[in-house]
Design a protein around this ligand. Structure first.
Ligand SMILES: Cc1cc2nc3c(=O)[nH]c(=O)nc-3n(C[C@H](O)[C@H](O)[C@H](O)COP(=O)(O)O)c2cc1C
Length: 343
């Protein structure tokens, strides 16, 4: 089975996609995935990749399996029915910002096939909170409404000064919480100037206070998670855990991409965040450290690309995991490969 399905992707589809510019290939794939569920036979084809169910309940949500699509793959939520059909246990849309924005100049995604890695400096290109909220509202009212949890990952608009970050997140939160099963505060992208400083104590407390106060006023509060960088000291991680517990967060997502590019040194290094296999060890270490300090649920991300690396994150203390870079290198049979080995 493995050789049939993953061979088809790795030997036929990937070489075609990898002939294209990385971002062009990404948009091409998203367009196909957007269309596929509405085409006769399309949904069945996608479903043929889905893994066997391994249901679990975390922060009050029911997940058919523990593997999610990480933020940034489907920033605008254009292909949710396809991700569900392909067998993802949950999908994280975003990063969405209050204002629509184009992101950084292209090229801004770079492949490192030898390392099964990517560097990106997209800079939160997205349609903006109003448009994404509208798209998700329509989806939830239609025949293809999702039955898996849909998270929405929020970031700061580039034009908003850092001092006004909390208000920017709050605007997006208000637009998107009605259509999200959980909300992520992303304070860890390396591609929006200053964003990572929101992980520092005072700024983080200010952000968490604004969002959790608003959440507490809702008739149905949403689980709020915080997504963190892999490049933090143990001391900074411990402070984040303390803040997360104080404000009653539902969980932590560890980790975003890294600024440590030593794994691709000498291979045409580009500025941006590195993801994929070279990130695996560090993100697992962060998950393990967090687990040693807290009982908060953890979603592990970073270099998950097979059974072993998925098990590693779960054994380090993650309840759920997310994939991005390896899905590009391994294709849609990745989920079955991972689930088959889950204990
Ligand atoms: C091209 C690209 C774009 C990304 N965009 C986002 C984003 O918008 N928001 C976010 O929180 N993480 C973003 N990420 C980070 C991923 O969600 C994930 O945390 C990280 O890549 C580690 O997982 P991986 O090694 O499986 O790729 C992006 C990653 C890549 C490769």
């Amino acid at each position: 089975m493995k050789s049939l399905t993953s061979g088809w992707y790795e030997h036929l589809v990937r070489p075609l996609l990898f002939r294209m510019d990385p971002e062009a290939a990404h948009h091409f794939a998203l367009r196909l995935l957007h269309a596929a569920p509405s085409i006769a036979g399309g949904r069945a084809l996608l479903r043929s990749f889905a893994p066997a169910p391994r249901p679990l309940t975390i922060f009050g949500l029911n997940f058919p399996n523990p593997i999610g699509l990480a933020a940034g793959f489907d920033k605008n939520g254009v292909a949710i029915p396809a991700w569900e059909a392909l067998g993802f246990g949950f999908v994280e849309i975003g990063t969405v910002t209050a204002q629509p924005q184009p992101g950084n100049p292209r090229p801004r995604i770079f492949r490192y096939p030898k390392q099964e890695a990517l560097i990106n400096r997209l800079g939160f290109n997205n349609d903006g909170a109003d448009a994404v909220a509208q798209r998700l509202r329509k989806l939830r009212q239609g025949p293809l409404r999702p039955s898996i949890p849909i998270g929405v990952n929020l970031g700061k608009s580039k034009v908003t000064p850092l001092e006004e970050a909390a208000a920017d997140y709050l605007y997006s939160f208000r637009q998107l919480h009605p259509v999200a099963d959980y909300i992520v505060l992303n304070v860890s992208s390396p591609n929006t100037p200053g964003l990572r400083t929101l992980q520092e104590h005072d700024a983080l407390i200010a952000l968490l206070r604004v969002i959790t106060d608003e959440n507490a006023r809702l008739p149905a509060a949403r689980p709020i998670l915080l997504k963190i960088a892999p490049d933090l000291s143990d001391e900074a991680l411990a402070e984040i855990v303390a803040a997360g517990e104080e404000f009653g967060l539902a969980g932590l997502i560890a980790t975003n991409t890294t600024l440590d590019h030593s794994a691709v040194a000498g291979e045409g290094d580009q500025s941006g965040g590195l993801s994929g296999d070279p990130l695996r060890q560090r993100s697992t270490d962060v998950v393990r450290f967090l687990r040693s300090r807290t009982h908060l649920p953890i979603i592990g991300a970073g270099g998950i690309g097979d059974q072993e690396s998925a098990q590693e994150k779960l054994q380090a203390g993650a309840q759920l995991i997310q994939v991005y870079t390896a899905y590009i290198y391994r294709g849609p049979s990745l989920l079955r490969e991972i689930i088959a080995g889950a204990s």
